[in-house]
Design a protein around this ligand. Sequence first.
Ligand code: B12
Ligand code: SF4
Length: 488
Amino acid sequence: MINMGGCAESNPEIIKDLIKRVAFIYLSLAPSAVGRRAIKEKFILRRRLGLEYLCATLKNKNIETKIYDQVLLDFSLEKLVSFLKRDKIDLVGFYIISKNLNIVKCYIKEIKKKVNIPVISGGPGCNHYNELIDAGCEIVCLGEGDETIVEIVDYYEGRESLREIKGIAYFDTETKKILTTLARPLISNLDNLPFPHRDPKMIQKYCDYFAYPLKRPYITIITSRGCPHNCSFCTSHSFWKRKYRQRSVENVIQEIKQAVHELNIKSIYFVDDIFALDFNWLTEFCQAVKKEKFNFTWMCNLHPMTFRKTREKAFSLMKESGCSIISFGAQSADAEILKRVNRDPGEPGELRKAICQANSTGITTAVTYIFGLPGETVKTLQKNIDFCLEAKPHIVDFHLLEIIPFSDLSIHYSQGRVCELGEDQLAYYNMKYMMSYYLRPKIAFQLLRDILNKNPARILTFSRLGFHFLKILLASPGSLLSGQSKQR
Ligand code: B12
Ligand code: SF4
């Protein structure tokens, strides 16, 4: 085990051992969560693809890796410390999103006290690097980590100096300041990356019960990194620099082949921010999947404006190659709100056509909205539900706006309220519209028929989900229906 007394940079003489085992940690949001978040964490168990990429890179350097995912393993801090000791871990890396930052900081402090190993972090929440370093984290990876992690390991093995590593933040012992190094250029050819390392023992544990056409075992794959859009509530563009980098079809097919062969997967969720921006890429991809005669169903996220001129052809190609569900990020049905968050006011019109086209092609449609965007009123909320009732996607999900630190929205609205509606009111309408949507006989029947058609076993899961929902509702009615009394 590496001995890390104090700051790494100040102890060059002890940085000599080889790093043999690295553990990555994802901490759950659920311990403090109630209501719908708790349900979501129980019913959507997706792999940490970013960490699987890092594991693959390190495995190529003969380093053993582990992912301790608290959503799956449900460990306490004590248990985690015992895992680290038991597995003789030499380096620990946390995955940060803004929402788990505080809990990660607590864990870092305790780990530093109880186990003498270096702690680093990275992920979409890495712009909180000051706080992480204050908590005891030695190095924070800013942005894409596939190349940085290798140089960080080299640093701990004594071959690299921190100043030379691009794309990190660290505490500099000379200047006594937190420094950031030069930005690391984005990887130019994603085909050069190893395929994510997927632990066969964990594969059965992952599920996504809401996306019922996906069967188990299933995996997530990413065919591109980045998004050219600039929605003000999102941080993808600041992290991935609005550059859309796409893997070749051949490279993606190789990854699928490996997963089908080694893991016997039945479904794939392509978690790209925006899947298949290029119609030619999509055509080539769908034809290749068909040609290989793979037997899996798949899902992707589409922007409402994608394929607006080639939609019919695109959806039919997708269906023929096994696409069984598309998720659209609608965000709002109100043109003014869309403009305010840097979206195209023409989206609802295009989305209506897309849902209709996908539904008639036999692809399940899921649509997500955010309640509480700038300019939201009771009237604009009503537009969302009216739109859904007219367009009839199979699944709708209304989220409450959570302002992500460092997003454009967090900067513009750092002082005041984003809209005239309070959280309680938004939560009330959220529940009201969710219930009023799914309790419509036509919608409920459409959903039931689609589940029976695509994955009848999920009926049982949906009953379990209903039971959980009821349990949480009874245990903490305020968390789900808060605001109801005020509305009445
Ligand atoms: C798929 C996805 C999900 C899935 C699965 C989550 C998962 N971890 O796989 C689901 C639907 C469950 C989900 C949920 C949520 N998500 Co999400 N999700 C994504 C999405 C679209 C892709 C993640 C991914 O696989 N990326 C591809 C890999 C290659 O990149 P990566 O994960 O960032 O990892 C790279 C680097 O970050 C770095 N790295 C990562 N960790 C580490 C650690 C170390 C030590 C090092 C050195 C480097 C390093 O190296 C990796 C390889 O290059 C991203 C957007 C995006 N494009 O990244 C949002 C994103 C991560 N999600 C986000 C959010 C807000 C959420 C929710 C909180 C939403 C909500 N309100 O409920 C929940 C959180 C619930 C949870 N428990 O995770 C935000 C996070 C923003 C932030 N700054 O915190 C993102 C960035 C989208 C956005 N809106 O801006 N999400
Ligand atoms: S919300 Fe979606 S479309 Fe908008 S910037 Fe983020 S990833 Fe891109």
